[in-house]
Structures are given as C-alpha cells and as structure tokens.
Design a protein. Structure first.
Length: 368
C-alpha cells in the first residue's frame, strides 16, 4: 500500500485514504462530490458557507447542506466575520449530518474579505484563537482549519497562524501555499507550507493531521508536495475540475488520463447525477455547462464541442452531445495525447486557474 492509500484518523473520523477534495465555491455540490468519491476522494466537503447565511436560514445556504445517501464521509466549511458568528454557525451545522466541520481563514475573494471573513481573519491574529476556540466549544465533531501563508509577501504569518490554530484545538490543518494577494500565476510556496506544518505540529495540544494544498494538478505535483512539505495528506482543488480522475491517479501513483470510453462513462454519469439532484430544468443545465467545458479540454475539436455544450438548456442536450462526440472517435483515445490540437492552458501541467472568471473576475461571494 502506498502512502496516499493509507487511512488516517482525525478527531475520531476515519478517512480511507489521504487524498481530499477541497470545498470549491460553485463546484462542490452533490453531483460533483459523488463523482470524485467514486474516483477515489477519501473525503469531500460542501462548498464554503457564510455564517450570515446560516444565521438567516438562507434557502440557498440550506439547500447546499443536502447530503446524498451514497456519501460515506462529508464535511462542511464555514466562514464568518466574528468568533461569535462562527460559534453560532458551527452549533447549527453540528445538528446536521456532517462528519466534520472546517473553518475557512483563506478565501481571498474581495467580497468575502471586505466583509471580515475568509483571509481577513489573518489581519487580526487574535481572531484566529478566538474563532477556533469558539468553534471547538460549539462542537465535538472533528474540527479543521484551512488558511493561507499570510496577507501578502510582506506579511507572511503562517507559523504564528499554525501555532494559534494548533493550540486552540484543531484536529486537521490545511495550508494553501499562497498569500491572500497572490493569484494562481504565482507558484505555490512549498517551503512556506512546510514551515506552517512544522509549527503546527510543534504546538499541537492534541493529535493533528496536516494537509498541503496548492498547484496539485497531477501525480508528480502531489508527490512533490508530500516530499517537500512532509504533509500527512493533500487537498485537491482546481486540479479536479474536469479531471476527477486525479484522485485515482494519486492513489495509483501514476499519471492516468482516461480513455475516451472511460471519460464518456464518467461525464454521462455526472449528467445523470445532475438531473437527479436538480431536476430536468434549464437551471440544472446552466449549472452543468462549466463542468462540461472543463471535461472536454484535452480532446480533439474541443472548441467545436464547447460551442455546443456551453449553451445547453437541458441535461438531455448535454447527454446527446457527449454521446455523439464519443461515437466519432476511437474509444482508446486519451486526453492530452496524440497530434490533435488542444487548449494549452488546460494541459496536464497547466497553471491556468479555470475558476478565475467564477470567483475573482465576478467577485464571487460565499454561497452564491
């Protein structure tokens, strides 16, 4: 058994392997989580929720808390502008069927930060202690924290943050290797992640699992994260967009792009899950468009196919386009292989951020 196949425990929760799907705003819904779980993700999360949305019992926020019966392990992430708001939110979430609760102290979206949530907490170090402490008092469930290296390169605070989080009683600590001000064009700082992990371990008052996050786009990048940071597990974010096979790849310790037949099976199943969860509606189709556009990268004539799937108004349309496309090409054709042209931004080692337009360009807030 390789390292990433080994199970681990945190706060009483047993996770079957060391490859986790991050809570991705606008992405980590039931259909996508089910696909990632089936392809090997040991733990998945509901996308980040706002304490305010929970306080007001916002319908969309509550809808995002739905869990499918097939989800064996599921966490939820929350952020808020004060320790008390987070305490209240955690108490509410503690009453729902989640296995673990994560506190977000790393979101860099302007709307979230300007409201005092996400990585804004890093500007007030005492809020780190207060927020984790308040959440710890509000739940006996496994508690985790996800953060960044600091506000900016001039204000790297990861070691202090790590010590505060560990002393306040977190069971799992995830470090994203960038500051709040850095975009994805800047490579994740693995040395910074390592320093945070070591500081957290030294200060921990209870068993603590450490997780590395950032630029995990394929097996080699995951291996490097482990080797250079010493993390106990990894959290996959944008590397899973259109590529849920990344979980299988890590568990098998090899780069394993799917054949067209395998690809089609998964995409069609995702479409089925989308329809089952949201219904056969135009909204369900619109929400699925981004996934289809991510899925087709790396295959021939993806621009032509994208012109179709990017405008579907019913799930059935997407299903038909995928089936027609799969029938046109050899079943053993693999992504990013062959002489055909593909969009180089989405190559297997690309640093391109496919969520950029969803988040920063549109100033996406939590739960939107």
């Amino acid at each position: 058994m390789n390292f990433f196949q080994e199970p681990f425990m945190f706060g009483g929760l047993k996770v079957p392997n060391r490859v986790i799907l991050a809570p991705l705003a606008g992405v980590s819904d039931v259909p996508f989580r089910r696909i990632c779980q089936e392809l090997g993700a040991g733990l998945t999360y509901v996308e980040m929720l706002s304490a305010a949305g929970i306080h007001h019992r916002n319908k969309r926020t509550l809808d995002m808390c739905r869990r499918h019966s097939s989800e064996e392990r599921l966490g939820v992430q929350v952020t808020g502008p004060s320790a008390e708001s987070v305490r209240e939110a955690v108490r509410f979430l503690d009453g729902l069927p989640f296995d673990t609760i994560d506190l977000n102290m790393g979101c860099s979206v302007r709307k979230v930060v300007s409201g005092g949530s996400g990585s804004a907490i890093l500007s007030e170090p005492e809020r780190i202690d207060a927020t984790v402490g308040a959440a710890r008092e509000a739940t006996a469930r496994p508690l985790s924290v996800k953060t960044r290296l600091g506000v900016s390169r001039r204000a790297i605070s990861i070691e202090d943050t790590a010590r505060r989080v560990a002393r306040a009683g977190a069971d799992l600590f995830t470090v994203h290797g960038r500051t709040r001000c850095e975009k994805y064009g800047v490579a994740a700082d693995l040395e910074g992640i390592r320093r945070g992990i070591e500081a957290a371990r030294a200060a921990a008052v209870r068993p603590l699992v450490t997780v590395g996050n950032g630029d995990l786009l394929d097996w080699p990048s995951v291996r490097r994260m482990r080797e250079e940071t010493g993390c106990d597990a990894v959290m996959i974010s944008r590397g899973a967009l259109g590529n849920p096979w990344i979980f299988r790849s890590v568990l098998e310790e090899r780069t394993a792009h799917p054949t067209l037949e395998e690809w089609g099976d998964v995409v069609l199943r995702h479409l089925d899950y989308q329809e089952a969860h949201y219904g056969d509606t135009e909204l369900a189709a619109i929400m699925m468009r981004k996934h289809l556009l991510w899925y087709i990268k790396g295959y021939p004539l993806n621009k032509e196919l994208g012109a179709k799937v990017g405008y579907i108004k019913r799930i059935g349309e997407g299903r038909r386009y995928i089936m027609e496309y799969r029938a046109e090409w050899p079943s053993d054709l693999r992504r990013f292989e062959g002489a055909h042209k593909t969009d180089s931004r989405f190559g297997p080692n690309s640093k391109y951020d496919p969520k950029y337009e969803m988040d920063r360009r549109h100033d996406r807030g939590v739960g939107e």
